[in-house]
Design a binder for this molecule. Structure first.
Ligand code: NDP
Ligand code: 8X3
Length: 253
């Protein structure tokens, strides 16, 4: 039987690219996000190209009851999730803390930290019971370093790094692996979301620099996941060659 992976935030960017590379490697997929129509298109595309099954699921990762209910009651053939990719995440705004919008802070905390916790809480017990499984948390270089206006977003990603470390301790003695993948600048819809749909402003972030692509990150995810089960890539920082820290890149050097 094929392995099952569950990817949160698979309607775009890194999550979508990870779905594609997993599909190429014969992994059946549960793909979740709020934009169901995009997930259905992705299901059709991947099932057309690869000999796998895809279950699209509309899920707002911030909704505790919905996440726990739907992910603890998966249809029987989908229940043994072997790989969980906690990818759904976003930044909203780039204001100094004193000028920040409280609602934006809440959206980031609810999505990037609490959503990741809800999905993990729903899936992890069955991994422990089967003594097998891999959790991949998509953190960020912004969890290691910070930048002006990055305040709450960076704090959420630092929390993801700490949760990955803590979870590794909590599952010690089982064969469950916890992996953190921490990218620098990746050109996805990330900046469009950060700037509330302003595509021109978002495009400028990646002008005159060669950023990572979602596929670059997906390949890193696949490399880490496909190591033998006694090997855990704990934390992989993956940066564009033209970016040397969260604050320093070829544009501002
Ligand atoms: P995208 O905006 O392209 O993708 C984000 C994904 O998250 C979408 O599929 C979106 O789906 C999903 N998502 C957002 N909010 C929710 C929600 N409430 N419920 C369910 N799904 C949600 O950005 P990226 O691919 O770049 O981002 C993926 C992850 O990578 C994030 O955690 C981000 O923080 C991280 N990251 C990104 C970097 C970058 O430079 N792009 C660098 C480092 C880390 P939908 O809107 O359909 O719900
Ligand atoms: C996204 C990378 O530098 O925009 O996590 O915060 S950055």
């Amino acid at each position: 039987m094929a392995k099952v992976a569950l990817i949160t935030g698979a309607s775009s960017g890194i999550g979508k690219a990870t779905a594609e590379i997993f599909a190429k490697n014969s992994i059946d997929l549960i793909i979740t996000a709020r934009r169901l129509e995009r997930l259905i298109d992705l299901k059709d595309e991947l099932e057309g190209k690869y000999n796998i099954k895809v279950l699209p699921m509309k899920l707002d990762i911030r909704n505790k009851d919905e996440v726990i209910e739907s992910l603890t009651n998966l249809p029987p053939v989908w229940r043994d999730v072997e790989i969980l990719v906690n990818n759904a995440g976003l930044s909203k705004g780039l204001e100094k803390l004193q000028d920040g919008k409280i609602n934006n802070w809440e959206v980031m905390i609810d999505t990037n930290i609490k959503g990741l916790l809800y999905a993990t809480k729903a899936i992890l017990p069955s991994m422990i019971q089967r003594n097998s499984g891999t959790i991949v948390n998509i953190a960020s270089i912004a969890g290691h370093e910070t930048y002006p206006g990055g305040n709450v977003y960076c704090a959420t990603k630092a929390a993801v790094l700490q949760l990955s470390k803590a979870l590794r301790m909590d599952v010690l003695g089982t064969n469950v692996r916890v992996i953190s993948i921490d990218p620098g600048m990746v050109e996805t819809e990330f900046s469009i979301v950060r700037f509330d749909g302003d595509k021109e402003k978002a495009k400028k972030v990646y002008e005159n620099i060669i950023p990572l692509t979602a596929e670059d990150v997906a390949e890193a995810v696949w490399f880490a996941v496909s190591r033998p089960t006694h090997v855990t890539i704990e934390d992989m920082v993956i940066m564009p060659t033209q970016q040397a820290s969260v604050l320093l890149n070829v544009k501002n050097y």
